[in-house]
Design a protein around this ligand. Structure first.
Ligand code: ZN
Length: 207
C-alpha cells in the first residue's frame, strides 16, 4: 500500500516542525558523566535549574530500510567550563546507515569519529548540508551564542547506539572554546580506544 505524502513546516529559529509524530528533550543532567569538568557540570545543573539543552521533533513514517525518518533538532548555546554544549552522540545501530544534517540557524559543528578513532569536524551554518557517511559516530555541538537549529534525515531502520561512546569513556576529542577559530579540539584524556574486535563488530554491513 502506498503511503500518503506529508509536508512538515520547520521553524528555523525556534526549532520544531508541524506534523511531528515524536518529540523528546534532554536536560543538562541527562549528560552527566560526559563533560570534562564534572564539578562544573554539576554546579551548572544547579545554577540553571537543570535546563532543557536540546530537543528534537521528528516524523517517523515506518521502520523499513527504504523509508526515511526526519526532523528538527534545537540546541541551546552554552558551555560547561570550556567545553561547548553537545548532544550525547551515537553511531547507528545499523552502522552502515548514513544521515544528513541541514543547518537552519546558528553556528554548529558535527563531530564525527570512526570506530578506529579518527576524528572529523564539519562546521554547520545556515544553508550548510552535512553528510554523515555510514560508520561514523556523530555528535552535534553548538559553538554559537544563539540557538542551533538543524534539520536531519536518516534511513528509518538505522536505530541509535549510544553505548559506543560510553564504552570508550567519551569521544576521542573534546571541542572547547578558544583557538583561532573560536573553537579547538583537545584530547579526551580518559578515552579508551576500541579493540580490533570491537571495531570489526561495528564495521558490519547490513542488507
Ligand atoms: Zn544519527
Amino acid at each position: 500500500m502506498l503511503r500518503e505524502p506529508v509536508a512538515c513546516v520547520v521553524d528555523p529559529y525556534a526549532g520544531g516542525m508541524s506534523g511531528y509524530t515524536g518529540r523528546y528533550e534532554k536536560r543538562l543532567s541527562d549528560l552527566n558523566g560526559l563533560y570534562e569538568n564534572a564539578q562544573a557540570h554539576a554546579a551548572l545543573v544547579t545554577r540553571l535549574n537543570d535546563p532543557v539543552v536540546y530537543d528534537v521533533e521528528d516524523f517517523r513514517p515506518g521502520t523499513d530500510s527504504g523509508d526515511l525518518n526526519y526532523g528538527v533538532t534545537r540546541m541551546s548555546p552554552g558551555c560547561v567550563d570550556r567545553e561547548f554544549f553537545f548532544t550525547r552522540g551515537h553511531i547507528h545501530e545499523k552502522a552502515d546507515r548514513p544521515e544528513i544534517y541541514y543547518g537552519q540557524s546558528g553556528n554548529g559543528l558535527m563531530q564525527m569519529e570512526s570506530p578506529e578513532g579518527e576524528t572529523r569536524v564539519v562546521e554547520i551554518k545556515p544553508q550548510t548540508i552535512c553528510y554523515v557517511p555510514p560508520f561514523w559516530i556523530h555528535r552535534s555541538i553548538n559553538i554559537g551564542e544563539t540557538e542551533l537549529v538543524m534539520v536531519f534525515a536518516y534511513p528509518s531502520d538505522s536505530g541509535q547506539d549510544y553505548g559506543i561512546i560510553e564504552m570508550s569513556n567519551g569521544m576521542r576529542h573534546r571541542v572547547v572554546s578558544g583557538g583561532d577559530d573560536r573553537w579547538e579540539l583537545v584530547e579526551n584524556t580518559s578515552y579508551k580506544p576500541r579493540t580490533g574486535e570491537q571495531v570489526a563488530a561495528f564495521m558490519k554491513k547490513y542488507v
